[in-house]
Design a protein around this ligand. Sequence first.
Ligand SMILES: *[C@@H]1O[C@H](CO)[C@@H](O)[C@H](O)[C@H]1NC(C)=O
Ligand SMILES: *[C@@H]1O[C@H](CO)[C@@H](O)[C@H](O)[C@H]1NC(C)=O
Ligand SMILES: *[C@@H]1O[C@H](CO)[C@@H](O)[C@H](O)[C@H]1NC(C)=O
Ligand SMILES: *[C@@H]1O[C@H](CO)[C@@H](O)[C@H](O)[C@H]1NC(C)=O
Ligand SMILES: *[C@@H]1O[C@H](CO)[C@@H](O)[C@H](O)[C@H]1NC(C)=O
Length: 504
Amino acid sequence: MAALPFVLLASALMAAPAATTANALGVNWGTMSTRRLPPKVVARLLTDNGFNKVKIFDADEATMEGLAGTNVETMVAVPNDLLAAVAGDYARAKEWVKANVTRYAFDGGVNIRFVAVGNEPFLRAYNGSFDKVTVPALRNIQRALDEAGHGAAVKATVPVNADVYDSPASNPVPSAGRFRDDVVDVMADIVRFLNKSGAPLTVNIYPFLSLYGNDDFPLDYAFFPDSGGGKTTAAKVAKPVVDGKVVYTNVFDANFDTLVSALKKIGFGHLPVMIGEVGWPTDGDKHATSALAERFYAGLLRRLVSRKGTPLRPNTRIEVYLFGLIDEDAKSVAPGNFERHWGLFTFDGRPKFPLGLHGVGRPAMPAPATSVEYLPRRWCVLNPDADVAGDDEEEDGRIADNVGYACARADCTALGYGCSCGGVLDARGNVSYAFNAYYQAQGQVESACDFQGLAVVVDDDASRGGCNFSVQVVGSGGTVAAVAVARTMAAVAGLAAMILLVVL
Ligand SMILES: *[C@@H]1O[C@H](CO)[C@@H](O)[C@H](O)[C@H]1NC(C)=O
Ligand SMILES: *[C@@H]1O[C@H](CO)[C@@H](O)[C@H](O)[C@H]1NC(C)=O
Ligand SMILES: *[C@@H]1O[C@H](CO)[C@@H](O)[C@H](O)[C@H]1NC(C)=O
Ligand SMILES: *[C@@H]1O[C@H](CO)[C@@H](O)[C@H](O)[C@H]1NC(C)=O
Ligand SMILES: *[C@@H]1O[C@H](CO)[C@@H](O)[C@H](O)[C@H]1NC(C)=O
């Protein structure tokens, strides 16, 4: 491994304190939060922990200003809702590149390496909405990059979800992998284009989701062998997948190789592939815990450092962006309550579990964010005079309405069954949790802790056991929140209804 020259080069170029990663390691920085840490604080969190690549979901100015001068290799993105415009009008693509790439291409600017064209545009849930626009958008963006002189350094790619390929039910092995019928033509166009432009295909692979909602899925198969105590062996995995001479003992390898087979089938078995998202959440589901996340990442990071590759691509270095950097409390919970808990770090930049980020030595707690400014240590809780589930039906109804209001606008996912606050709080605690979540998301403004007189502000930390009543950070409150709320309303209404049932 050429670790030493890299370290020397890295410290010379970046003057980053801990850039000792033997392996280039990326991470996704999402910003769907009710309150955002200052971008400079987050950028520092990246460099302090040796992340030298980052993927963002737009090209937000504040985020880009945070990254400026860090030399962290950055993937910016054209969101799905812009694909049609960029596909239909080359001038629009040029404008995009000018505003979001050229603008940062100066000494001390942002080290942009990739432009993600769309984000999982062929997800089954989108019903083909982006099938026709993705390829023309990809072409226009790369052409605009080339014409502006960025083409050699900056490549356009398309991050796809692993649901664009599978194996037939009759032969469910990786070597039988193929692209989904409805997207095989568009994937072939993309792959041909990427092969010509010299860019990798980007795929998001989530072993956690294989486990989620599938009680028959063998738990060990979600993890890499020899992680978590070195005891996961082929023999121990309940149902290893036997594919000719290869025995697959973990779903990541099986999934990746299914893609390799699908690529081979369309004539591009050697196209470079990078992992745009992979990770494990820590709350919001019974399998979303810090302990399992630690086990998953220990195996993943060890695998990446070993450069062992997968059975169909042995001895290859796989480029990876972990998902994600910090928790995002305004993400849509439509896929599940775990969606807001993907962070390696909490919303305020505290590490959740030890990680082997540097590729050598034992996993250690990552460095926390520095210079984080918090709002004052105060919490919003249910007024002690309020009567929960008492004789006063009208009051019960009012409490229920207010909890519903709070949870539709702030994050109550930790209250669910099997989550960090589920079973820890009593009925009063549940209501207080919801009130406090809203109060903090609103930046502790006085009017956010009223709830028709049902709430009071207190100085005593109401956290209990593993259930944290957080105090939010000073930071920009989000326009993001307003947008996200509209989308998450339906799913959150479900959760609020659960809480209400118990309160009533
Ligand atoms: C810059 O990128 C963002 C995110 O893709 C997009 O919303 C914005 O319209 C772009 N700016 C221009 C001028 O195209
Ligand atoms: C896709 O189709 C389903 C069922 O017809 C519908 O409920 C859903 O809203 C559609 N989604 C999109 C993004 O068009
Ligand atoms: C494109 O594919 C051909 C055939 O597989 C291969 O020889 C070539 O190296 C590929 N080009 C790139 C840039 O990957
Ligand atoms: C709650 O906060 C404490 C200290 O602030 C921290 O150690 C603990 O990990 C947190 N728990 C969760 C579930 O976030
Ligand atoms: C608190 O709310 C959660 C989520 O709705 C629920 O599962 C739990 O039973 C509630 N606890 C009490 C004691 O009301």
